[in-house]
Write a protein that binds this ligand. Structure first.
Ligand code: SF4
Ligand code: SF4
Ligand code: SF4
Length: 251
């Protein structure tokens, strides 16, 4: 079930912007990049190939109404599995978001949000830095998943994730988690947690299923050729596009 870290190589220090630029250009042998200037170096060198995740949660901020349904259902379905109930997707205020006309027509000025889930990176730096073998690629859907039974809460995965979230002062949910990347800490369970695509659910990610904008698009009430939260196949090509979009917004 797990992929072990690879062997030695000279560590490199890259800015997040460099990481995205090089990764988007096909450079994927990247050492983990820390947050706040702290680099967490993987013990190994060139990462082993990871199976591509079968999907990834792909948000469109222009369609988001900030209702928090995704956060609530994420918490609930994980709690029901005995897992951390910290939401794996979070919604932030983002004045830079350009709200889609169909949303303005349906909901007035309710918009300017940004969703920030895990991007299921093909090379998943978070996977490679875990010293406890607690961040495997789960075989059913190949999602990068934290095994809460093995997690020793060292925080390396969160530090290695190159994708920041907005400042928590901009989070629309009331809870603060001290979250800075796509992996967050749960003090109640003393584990870190991240999106796992709800890998046990035949229906797929609960957030994608429950998003009311998605529901209205499916019903034909809101007209859009794509969803507010979608789940496309996770390919390197898709990741390059998604990460570049996310990166521009988050810098
Ligand atoms: S916090 Fe847990 S999952 Fe993350 S690197 Fe440490 S042991 Fe692994
Ligand atoms: S947690 Fe971060 S590094 Fe890990 S797969 Fe998700 S976006 Fe990539
Ligand atoms: S459920 Fe959909 S519309 Fe509501 S906050 Fe989440 S992504 Fe936005």
């Amino acid at each position: 079930m797990t992929n072990e870290p690879a062997e030695s190589a000279a560590p490199s220090t890259l800015s997040r912007r460099d990481f995205i630029r090089q990764a988007a250009a096909g450079f994927v042998a990247v050492t983990a990049i820390g947050v706040g200037g702290v680099n967490v170096m993987r013990a190994g060198g060139a990462p082993r190939d990871l199976a591509h995740s079968t999907g990834v949660v792909m948000p469109d901020p222009s369609l988001c109404i900030g209702c928090l349904t995704c956060e609530v259902v994420c918490s609930r379905v994980h709690r029901e599995q005995g897992l951390s109930d910290k939401p794996r997707i979070r919604i932030f205020n983002d004045p830079a978001t350009s709200v889609a006309t169909v949303i303005t027509e349906a909901y007035g000025d309710r918009g300017k949000y940004h969703q920030s889930p895990c991007l299921m990176c093909p090379d998943a730096p978070c996977h490679h830095v875990c010293p406890a073998n607690a961040l495997p690629v789960v075989p059913t859907v190949n999602a990068r998943v934290i095994d809460e039974d093995k997690c020793i809460a060292c925080g390396r995965c969160a530090a290695a994730c190159p994708f920041p979230v907005f400042p928590e002062s901009e989070a629309t949910g009331r809870e603060t988690h001290g979250q800075v990347t796509r992996i967050t800490y749960d003090p109640a369970k003393n584990v870190y947690t991240k999106c796992d695509l709800c890998f046990w659910r035949e229906e797929g990610p609960a957030c994608v299923e429950a998003c009311p904008v998605n529901v209205r698009i499916h019903q034909g009430i809101i007209h859009s050729d794509h969803l507010c939260l979608d789940k496309p196949a996770s390919t390197p090509e898709h990741w390059a596009v998604q990460s570049a979009q996310d990166w521009q917004i988050n810098l």
